[in-house]
Design a protein around this ligand. Structure first.
Ligand SMILES: [Fe+2]
Ligand SMILES: [Fe+2]
Length: 280
């Protein structure tokens, strides 16, 4: 079971909302209304860990180890939201989301294959780690700069844990895991046309379509694209870092060498579908 070691690892990295954020260094002169709008949107996006945790627990009833990890992941993501909410409460309460705005991103995700969800969130954590690092570099207000770095580090640790569960899946489920992970890896590294390739941008419930993405249910559904392109400037060089990190991890998990998304696509195509295998 991976959970006990993961628990201690994350416990050692635990930070305090009260004492590890330099609240007294706040500098109002380095903050614009647009910055505050972005902080509000990210607070709401982090709140969407709630339906995601509900999905993971429902779709992993066969897996007590991974389900136990959900208790930590859910706690830490709610803490991320709370940290941003606390920033707004202290310094710009007029930007605090309402409970209704937070509740809007809690909706049912359709049941999904557990292996694909795992890989999707592994890639999502890597992407969010880079978005927050970029946001931290962009901001000049010291407290929010620090908060984005702290959050980015947590997202990197989450990616590492998802990766550990992916390795376990490879050892137990072999080709099914290869197939699911390479399929999602191709999807999540093919972001040249859409830099917002993150789980919050995916449709997750056909019965609610088109109102079934987290971003679409936020008060400003256009925000994330504008934030990435025109504000924090998440450019091609940042995008490459995300792709490289995903490809490097999948290379190491599979014992292969994927230099580009194309290599991964080729690998995915080579894997026979279970139907084809059964027919032989
Ligand atoms: Fe988070
Ligand atoms: Fe995370």
């Amino acid at each position: 079971m991976l959970f006990p070691e993961i628990f201690h690892r994350l416990e050692r990295a635990r930070w305090s909302l009260e004492t590890d954020i330099p609240w007294d260094q706040f500098d109002r002169s380095k903050l614009t209304e647009r910055h505050l709008h972005g902080i509000k949107m990210n607070a709401i996006a982090e709140w969407s860990a709630m339906p995601t945790a509900e999905m993971f627990l429902r779709d992993n009833q066969h897996d007590v180890d991974f389900s136990a990890f959900m208790s930590i992941w859910f706690f830490e993501e709610q803490k991320h939201s709370l940290t941003l909410l606390e920033y707004l409460r202290r310094f710009a309460p007029e930007f605090s989301p309402t409970e209704e705005e937070l509740a809007a991103v809690r909706f049912e995700f359709e049941p999904a294959p557990a292996l694909e969800s795992l890989a999707l969130h592994f890639c999502g954590e890597i992407r969010l780690n880079h978005w927050y690092r970029c946001a931290s570099a962009y901001h000049t207000e010291p407290v929010i700069k620090h908060i984005y770095t702290v959050l980015a580090n947590d997202e990197a640790r989450h990616a590492r844990v998802y990766y550990d569960y992916m390795r376990r899946a490879i050892s137990r489920q072999g080709e099914d895991a290869y197939r699911a992970f390479s399929k999602i890896g191709v999807l999540m590294t093919n972001a040249r046309l859409n830099r917002a390739m993150h789980p919050t941008n995916l449709h997750v419930n056909r019965s609610l379509y088109p109102n079934d993405t987290v971003n679409g249910r936020m008060p400003d559904p256009e925000w994330v694209e504008i934030w990435l392109n025109d504000e924090i400037c998440f450019d091609r060089s940042w995008e490459s870092k995300v792709e490289d990190a995903i490809l490097m991890n999948l290379s190491s998990a599979f014992g292969e060498s994927f230099a580009t998304s194309h290599d991964l696509r080729r690998f995915n195509k080579k894997l026979k579908s279970p139907e084809l295998e059964a027919a032989h």
